[in-house]
Design a protein around this ligand. Structure first.
Ligand SMILES: [Zn+2]
Length: 118
């Protein structure tokens, strides 16, 4: 029956949900937003520093120091953001770890990233 179709689909989706599905769905959303923020800070920061350099005019020692300082502050903030954007909360044991090229499982309990069932 056509009228029952949406409910059936809903039930099917529920039965396919693993214990950690909701956690990983939230993680994916959070991760996508964090990646966008990192890109925005990358482009905005470099553009801002370039603009600052333009506004300061010809480079003298003092202006170089101001620009260098701004670059260091931006770089430290940017790296901190990028590291946080790579952070993963393990839904099984609550360990926080940084996702890497080879690290795709919790170092504490071994739960793989995006693994939905225990
Ligand atoms: Zn864990």
């Amino acid at each position: 029956m056509l009228g029952n179709a949406p409910t059936d689909i809903g039930k099917k989706a529920d039965s396919l949900m693993g214990l950690y599905t909701e956690h990983w769905n939230r993680y994916r959303q959070h991760n996508a937003r964090a990646t966008l923020r990192v890109l925005a800070v990358l482009v905005g920061g470099l553009g801002g520093i370039a603009l600052l350099g333009f506004l300061l005019g010809p480079l003298t020692d003092v202006r170089m120091a101001i620009l260098g300082g701004a670059l260091v502050v931006w770089l430290v903030g940017f790296i901190g953001m990028a590291v946080r954007a790579n952070g993963v909360d393990c839904p099984r044991c609550s360990t926080k770890y940084a996702r890497g090229k080879y690290l795709i499982a919790c170092p504490q309990c071994g739960l793989k990233m995006l693994q939905e069932d225990p």
